[in-house]
Design a protein around this ligand. Structure first.
Ligand SMILES: Nc1nc2c(c(=O)[nH]1)N[C@H]1C(S)=C(S)[C@@H](COP(=O)(O)O)O[C@H]1N2
Ligand SMILES: [Mo]
Length: 339
């Protein structure tokens, strides 16, 4: 295991200590809270003790179970969080890719409002000592939750900064005890056409259930994360509630939502986007400004939110800026070939 590192990956020209202070403070004010702590600027470069919370109104037909709300409520900040300004809650929850609920960015928020994910369980199979169906509560009871503010870079060349709540994927993988034959972890999204209109559509461009996968060494990297919340709340269905993957150094499509199955395999799983178009989407999908998508450049990205008249275009960084933590995983690979 490598030691915990502090963040120093953000070009200092892009963010000032004042930005950090005002982004947190504006957030707290917008939420209508005036607490003593909100008036005290955090010591820059130090961890603040509070996680970001969205206090505005949200309405979903499903109220998260109390134990989950309580568990999320005691999440702690993480050293791995970026200090960049976070994307507002409304953008994170209303600009989504979740083809099971439609292919327009505003489809998931609209069509997943009634998604019922309680009770939820995950079926574990394959090359692991622990197999079978595990209830969400049993998955979570062994893990303390933390907030990880990560950049999310979509292959479509937009990006956001998201305050996820969850726990390291490595801790779950270790608990499931993969055998020595396990070289990959395969994830599958729920298949439930009654609840997911995209799975009933005749015009779908991808196969369901949605499948993703990681090499085991990628899966146990300290940055690979399982999210169950965002902005101090449980994860809304459009963001992949109740349980999703977050792999911040890879294009967003690797961060599979609403996981219902996990299996350990000796062979590389066939993943959804690679199956749909292997020339455009690879298994690795590491963020890489030097390898363009066949139909567009990956050298820059549009940071959300931005307006048509004032788009925030920034340079895309290799491994989405997480190179110090993950570049060693690909040291002997030709990343132009294994895109
Ligand atoms: N099951 C499933 N997972 C998915 C997707 C999807 O369509 N279905 N879209 C992916 C893509 S392309 C991106 S960019 C992210 C978006 O996550 P967000 O909506 O929480 O920002 O989810 C990923 N996970
Ligand atoms: Mo994406």
């Amino acid at each position: 295991m490598r030691g915990i590192k502090r963040w120093s990956d953000i070009p200092s020209s892009e963010i000032t200590s004042e930005d950090i202070f005002w982004s947190r403070r504006k957030f707290v004010q917008a939420a209508g809270i005036v607490s003593a702590t909100s008036l005290v600027p955090p010591v820059i470069g130090d961890e603040t003790n509070e996680i970001l919370r969205y206090q505005g109104e949200v309405s979903f037909s499903q109220v998260p179970p109390l134990w989950l709300t309580q568990k999320i409520g005691v999440a702690r900040p993480s050293e791995f969080s970026t200090k960049e300004a976070v994307t507002p809650y409304n953008h994170i929850t209303q600009h989504n890719n979740f083809y099971e609920f439609g292919s327009d960015k505003d489809d998931p928020a609209e069509k997943a409002v009634n998604f019922n994910s309680d009770p939820w369980s995950v079926e574990v199979s394959g090359e692991a000592e622990v197999r079978g169906r595990i209830a969400l509560e049993d998955i979570l009871k062994n893990h303390d939750l933390e907030e990880r503010i990560y950049r999310l870079r979509c292959v479509e060349a937009w990006s956001m900064v998201v305050p996820w709540i969850g726990f390291p994927l490595a801790d779950l993988v270790k608990r499931l005890k993969p055998t020595s034959n396990a070289r990959y972890v395969r994830f599958e999204t729920l298949y439930d056409p009654k609840q997911m209109p995209g799975q009933r559509s005749m015009f779908t461009s991808i196969d369901y259930p949605y499948v993703e996968g990681l090499r085991i060494d990628e899966a146990v990297n300290e940055l690979a994360f399982v999210a169950v919340g965002v902005y101090g709340r449980s994860l809304p269905p459009q963001n992949g509630g109740p349980l999703r993957l977050v792999v911040p150094w890879k294009y967003g499509f690797k961060s599979i939502k609403s996981i219902a199955r996990i299996s350990f395999t000796s062979k590389r799983p066939k993943t959804t986007w690679e199956k749909a178009n292997s020339r455009e989407y690879g298994f690795y999908a590491n963020v890489n400004p030097l390898v363009d998508h066949p139909r567009w450049s990956q050298a820059t990205e549009r940071r959300l939110p931005g307006s048509l008249f004032a788009p925030k275009r920034t340079e895309t960084i290799a491994f989405n800026g997480y190179g110090p933590q993950v570049a060693h995983l690909y040291a002997d690979m030709d990343l132009k070939r294994y895109y």
